[in-house]
Write a protein that binds this ligand. Structure first.
Ligand SMILES: [Zn+2]
Length: 239
């Protein structure tokens, strides 16, 4: 099968099939509405999750993609609960970045309850540099994304980029709910998780409302940017 070489402006990389929807889909929808092309990548199929299985989750992930309307969803399939910052995994991420040439990449912050979220944060951070290096044993032309933003998952951290997603919240939640096996279902026999508690979506919205309050809007998603920003006209910081 030929590889997907479609160029996108923005690429989000999540550990499991529902991570992007829950963390940054509002921001991606906002970018899409501004005319940018968005592609999403799951590091795993979520096959070792407490609820659902690989087959169910693959169908749910495709349904979510249809709702979001992004260009594509790719799975690197490095193994659920096995996302390590190894050379082999870096080459997979490097080739994926080189194929799609995004300017902006979003991923997990590497301090989290789930080891795969931490693993993805480290792996993506280091692969961004390697993707631009000429002499690495990876295919395709070197490419350096311009900016990498990290989203918080289980635990809060200090964030410095806030995005108003008020107009995109309902759309984001509709896509997130496509991952049905992961959320509250009174008829499911699967064990309960943090996500499957009945109040989960209320808590997610409460968090977004708190972030929104910091920037004077109803609902926001937040990110941490590690690099300093170069500013030619400081008045651009005064919207
Ligand atoms: Zn996850």
């Amino acid at each position: 099968m030929s590889e997907n070489m479609q160029q996108v402006d923005v690429r989000a990389i999540g550990a499991h099939p529902d991570d992007i929807e829950l963390s940054c889909a509002g921001t991606l929808l906002r970018l899409q509405s501004l005319g940018y092309k968005v592609g999403i990548v799951d590091m795993t199929r979520g096959e070792r999750g407490t609820r659902g299985n690989a087959e169910i989750r693959a169908k749910e992930a495709q349904e979510a993609l249809k709702i979001l309307g992004f260009e594509f969803r790719e799975i690197l399939d490095v193994g659920d609960l096995q996302i390590f910052d190894t050379h082999e995994n870096r080459i997979k991420v490097v080739e994926c970045v080189r194929r799609h040439k995004p300017s902006l990449v979003l991923t997990h912050y590497n301090r989290d309850k789930h080891p795969d979220h931490e693993g993805t944060g480290d792996l993506v951070k280091h692969s961004m540099f390697v993707a631009g290096a000429a002499n690495v044993p990876a295919r395709f032309e070197p490419h350096n994304p311009k900016r990498l933003l990290y989203w918080p998952s289980s635990w809060m951290m200090e964030c410095n980029v806030y995005v108003d997603v008020t107009d995109f919240w309902e759309h984001k939640i509709r896509a997130a709910r496509a991952h049905k096996s992961q959320f509250f279902d009174p008829n499911s026999a699967d064990p309960t998780t943090t996500l499957s508690q009945p109040a989960f979506f209320d808590r997610l919205e409460m968090r977004a409302r708190y972030f929104g309050d910091q920037i004077g809007c109803k609902l926001a998603e937040v990110f941490y940017m590690r690099e300093p920003i170069k500013v030619n006209d400081p008045m651009q910081l005064c919207p």
